[in-house]
Design a protein around this ligand. Sequence first.
Ligand SMILES: [Zn+2]
Length: 398
Amino acid sequence: MVLQAFQVRLYPNATQKQLIHMTFGSTRFVWNQMLNMLIERYRNNPKCGFLSTYDRDALLPALKREYPWLKLVDSTALQRVNRDLTDAYKRFFDKTLSNRFPRFKSKRNNHRSYTSKLVGKNIEVLDQHHLKLPKLGKVYFRAGRILNGKIHTVTVSINPQGQYSATILLECDDPIPLPLTHQKVGLDLGLKQLITLSNGVSVPLTRYDRKLARRLRRWERKLARRLRNAKQAMAEDRHKKVLNPRTELWQFPRYQQARKTVAKIKRQIAARRLDNLQKLTTQLVREYDVLVVEKLSVKNLMKNHRLARSIANAAWGTLVRLLTYKFEWAGKQLIVVNPKSTSRICHVCQQKNTDFDGLSTHEWLAVRDWQCPNCQTTLDRDINAALNIKQRGLALVD
Ligand SMILES: [Zn+2]
């Protein structure tokens, strides 16, 4: 059994919307109350020990008696807050991570969510358009696919544009391994060609979002201008001592509209990129049994500002992440190798070409073909690198 997350758009009615917002408020309230309690307890007696999720769940009924409106919202969502708080503490104390101490949650956060857990029959997929959720009842939803499997949790959230969605964690059957093709291949990641395979196949890096990127830049400029204007207006209100001075950004609808549009375009760009990479990686896992890729060091490359944009666009990190889990699921093999000098070593005679040592990164990237000074083979830069990557990977397993 594996857990898979599916996101669906929710279309709650007015009453349900109200209840969803109340649940956001209640979960935030419980988080802040519990966090405050833990801090106070520690302050009063540092030796008193941490109150576990279970112990804090036992405090919820008392809290509900004190604040009866907490009874109106889903109780599993409140329990989930306790668990999340414990996790936040764990991350803080984990030396391998550098997480900050859990913070109080503000009302002003634009991204809000809560998670309900399946208990008995509180959550159900009634049909392909209706979901039963705790306290909310029957909620209309739209999904891109049929939901099959046992539900674990449902996270209800609202994005900055005011759209509701539910992320449903489903228990699914183990994926069936794909049929074997006995094909082994090395993969080189690039800027002009997003990927080049050792067999010569390449996929260009298409700027499929150029139009959207232009739109984004335009709206980002608007956003900056409207923010500036809003701040100016607030300062003027203060200065002129008007009756009801505007002090918060939500009082500027034009600024808010620009903020929502920017968020929307960013989401569209991200969705398109992910969709493209999903299709590409699905094709790769179908066609090859063994795939060798280079270990990424995007950090180093990001230092070069000229390249930063292209690299982000190419989304190598996402590509490798998708390949990792798809190969795992299909029962196929993904090998990661150190890419050091793979584009400068001749794959035929293994001799390293030092002709390019003096070139700048930009000049070096412009080199497409080169001839090996040792064995005179003419090499395509990317295919040669992919072949070296393949050889390195296969040497690790054979
Ligand atoms: Zn050679």
